[in-house]
Design a protein around this ligand. Structure first.
Ligand code: MOS
Length: 773
């Protein structure tokens, strides 16, 4: 075909020969694989226990690390005496803040702000690291930790964010406890409130939730000469690599991070922990591999939380349902360091509903407690708790159905980002969710039930997630072997959300090969390509386009090779299954395994990059949830009977995994709404009272209804990216707690303004209502 202009077509549209990183691909037409229900490609490994998670790693000669942590909420470390511990059986190394090489700076990502140290001589929260031990066994390491003698200068503490702002409160940092304030304004709320027919003000509170991924936080570190290898339970191997290299002053090429499997992160494993650096230092000192995984109790103290939020919302609405003004004032806390204590806390007020006049102000306060971390949709479920309950109250005030009020205020542009949405399925989520749930009928039933003590109610809440668009950079390599099987090489972690499965489906869609023939290599900085951490509901929209491009480039080469064998221009050939043929001349066909040049070359490689997002559009996913509860008005107990979760995240990639995300998000939202809260001993010690799985109440199977119905809204977004997909993992948890609160109100007439909705809290609200008559 020499000299001939080569063109390659997808769905009849030409694709440029030498595309740049952002090469455009036309949207898929009818798909064969995407959109179907596919079980996880690694399901067998995961459920059979043969998948090797970082916490499963055992290396020859491996030592175990353990960390000594401050038992005080606020204390200065006066002296650390390691002599006794050093002489104990099995002890190989002890490091403290004064060990040469261990005096390192440490930054709590997610907020910037004040500097701290790996072993900070000022421990500003219970559980901050003071020293660490490596020993032959875990028990010996822990015995030695307990034998280290530390003299602390115990300081006054503050464990509550409102108390921290009072005059005379103990100062967490020299400069005071007000860490930072963020504000936003558009229009004039004064004018908006003046035009309203109803103006309501209410104060809401959500409690702090502690990160509880099933796999604990930790790693195994091993040095090969001057190169460091780390097996870490992480959402992003490249993110761990860069912070470790920076902290230890190593070239990136000398830090290899591997995390093939990981048991959940939810935002708490986007970056390395102090444990990562400590393991590396202990491994260096002992010239042995060191395994350092935290206990559950240690993770509850130190790896992060969804910060508590205290929120006052004033809202104005006209009789016809037009929102005229929203004013939101909030306080949050990232604990003892700037770590995202008010991150995105006002976002839904800014952007979920059409409203010309909005003012928000959020203050991040220091207290003596462990750091905040991103936690599945930072800020959004908290804001939803306030905004969505307020929407219900406004609807009640003007005598309008809550669904109708929301439908009246659906924006087509992002008012906060001042650009139109590429697509918005908010209306579809609300309408189709309401239909699937039987909203009108359920609300009717609440109106007409008798006077018994078991009362049913229905509630709903809508949401958007401020990101979920994904974006560059990402590099992916697809390698096709001469037998037609494929290796997919990408840096991204599958954090339990089905990333590997979805990407195998993308390759399968493009190359027509069965997903079982695709071997995935991922999450290893030594052998796989660059990827940003899996978080922000961006993994599918980031990686799927890069995977698709890589597969298309493989396909293009196959067609060109086959064109030589068949004497038909590549542009006239089709790849289907394991064959390439000319639709115009059925006799001209060749099996992949028969392509001459492929046989000679052995493999064909396609590299795909993630191109930029459109500059003039906002790409967000949307959500609406509906819930029915039964409240026992004598005991305050709430039984959640059923949930419907409608989500629009662009294209539905794997319908099975889509539904699993909805169920998981609702489960987590039930935790926020019903059971979870960090309890600090504010009065006497500042210490964490419920830092274990017995006292910290995660929702169990008894708290989560069997009847959760996902309603996928399949709206491939042609402008978002060549996969048409937006993020899903976070929008599925944003409206849950608020929807339950709406249902509780519908059932009982009381409005629980604080989480969690425990029987004690509800019984108290119900008793107060009865007193008032
Ligand atoms: Mo997520 S909270 O970005 O892992």
């Amino acid at each position: 075909m020499a000299g001939e202009k080569k063109e390659y077509y997808v769905e009849g549209i030409p694709v440029p020969e030498t595309p740049g990183p952002g090469e455009s691909l036309p949207p898929w037409g009818k798909t064969r694989v995407l959109g179907s229900r596919r079980p996880r490609v690694d399901a067998y490994e995961r459920v059979s226990g043969t998948a090797v998670y970082p916490s499963d790693i055992v290396l020859p000669g491996m030592l175990y690390g353990a960390v000594l942590r401050s038992p005080h909420a606020n204390a200065l470390v006066k002296s650390v005496d390691t002599r006794k511990a050093a002489g104990m059986p099995g002890v190989r190394a002890i490091i403290t803040g004064s060990t040469p090489g261990a005096d390192l700076p440490w930054t709590y990502r997610g907020g910037g702000g004040v500097a701290s140290k790996l072993f900070d001589p000022h421990c500003r929260y219970e559980g901050d690291a003071v020293a660490a031990v490596a020993a032959d066994s875990r028990d010996e390491a822990w015995d030695a930790v307990r034998a280290i003698e530390v003299q602390y200068d115990v300081l006054p503490y503050v464990a509550d964010m409102e108390a921290a702002l009072r005059k005379g409160a103990p100062r967490v940092h020299e400069e005071g406890n007000e860490a930072k304030t963020e504000s936003y304004e558009r229009g004039s709320v004064q004018e908006g409130f003046a035009r309203a027919d109803a103006v309501l003000t209410e104060t809401y509170r959500t409690e702090c939730e502690l990160h509880t991924p099933l796999e604990l936080h930790g790693c195994v570190a091993r040095w090969d000469g001057d190169a460091l290898n780390i097996w870490e339970s992480t959402q992003g191997v490249y993110s761990v690599q860069s912070q470790v290299a920076e902290t230890l002053g190593l070239p990136l090429s000398k830090v290899r991070v591997i995390g093939h499997y990981m048991g959940g992160g939810f935002g708490s494993k986007l970056w390395p922990g102090k444990y990562t650096i400590i393991a590396a230092l202990l491994a260096k000192k002992t010239a042995r591999p060191v395994k350092l995984f935290l206990s559950r109790e240690e993770t509850y103290l130190s790896v992060g939380n969804r910060p508590p939020a205290l929120m006052t919302l004033k809202a104005g609405v006209k009789r016809d349902g037009t929102l005229t003004a929203l004013e939101f004032t909030a306080t949050g806390t990232g604990g003892a360091y700037l770590s995202g204590g008010i991150s995105l806390l006002d976002w839904l007020v800014r952007d979920l509903y059409t409203c010309p006049n909005v003012r928000t102000r959020a203050t991040d306060v220091y207290i003596n407690a462990g750091p905040a971390r991103p936690f599945r949709a930072p800020g959004h479920p908290q804001c939803s708790w306030a905004l969505e309950q307020m929407m219900d109250s406004l609807a009640e005030a003007i005598g309008m159905d809550p669904v109708e009020l929301r439908l009246k205020n659906i924006p087509t542009v992002s008012q906060a980002k001042e650009k139109p949405y590429s697509t918005t399925g908010l209306r579809a989520c609300i309408e189709q969710g309401a239909r699937a749930f039987g909203w009108k009928e359920a609300r009717e039933r609440s109106r007409s039930q008798g006077g018994g003590h078991l009362r049913r109610g229905a509630g709903m809440a809508a949401a958007l997630w401020f990101a979920g668009d994904g974006g560059p950079p990402s590099t992916v390599v697809v390698k096709l072997f001469s037998d037609g099987s494929v290796n997919l090489n990408m840096g991204a972690s599958d954090i339990g959300t089905g990333t590997k499965t979805v990407m195998a489906m993308v390759v399968s869609e493009e190359l027509g090969i069965r997903p079982e023939l695709i071997q995935i290599e991922n999450a290893d900085t030594g052998t796989t390509q660059y990827a940003t951490p899996s978080g922000g509901s961006k993994t599918v929209p980031t990686e799927a386009p890069a995977v698709r491009r890589a597969a298309v480039r493989v396909k293009r080469q196959l067609l060109e090779m086959a064109s030589e064998d068949l004497g038909v221009p590549a542009g006239d050939l089709r790849l289907e299954g394991d064959e390439i043929f000319s639709p115009g001349d059925g006799a001209r066909r060749v099996k992949l395994t028969g392509i001459s040049r492929l046989k000679k070359r052995g493999v064909v490689v396609g590299v795909g990059y993630r191109g930029p997002n459109p500059a003039d559009k906002v790409i967000n996913p949307f959500s609406a949830q509906f819930c029915e509860v039964e409240v026992n008005t004598r005991t305050g107990e709430v039984r959640i009977l059923r949930f419907v979760g409608a989500n629009e995240s662009g294209r539905v990639m794997d319908a099975l995994t889509f539904g699993s995300q909805v169920i998981g998000g609702i489960t987590m939202g039930i935790g926020l709404g019903m059971t979870e809260m960090r309890v600090l001993d504010e009065a006497r010690t500042g210490k964490l009272c419920n830092g274990n799985w017995h006292d910290y109440k995660l929702p169990t199977a008894l708290d989560v209804p069997a009847d959760i119905q996902p309603v996928p809204i399949d709206m491939p977004d042609p402008e978002a990216n060549p996969a048409g997909a937006k993020g899903l993992g976070e929008p599925v948890t944003i409206p849950t707690a608020a929807a339950i609160a709406g249902a509780v109100h519908d059932a009982t007439g009381v409005r629980p303004t604080g989480t969690p909705m425990t029987p004690v809290l509800l019984a108290e609200l119900l008793a107060r209502k009865t007193e008032k008559g």
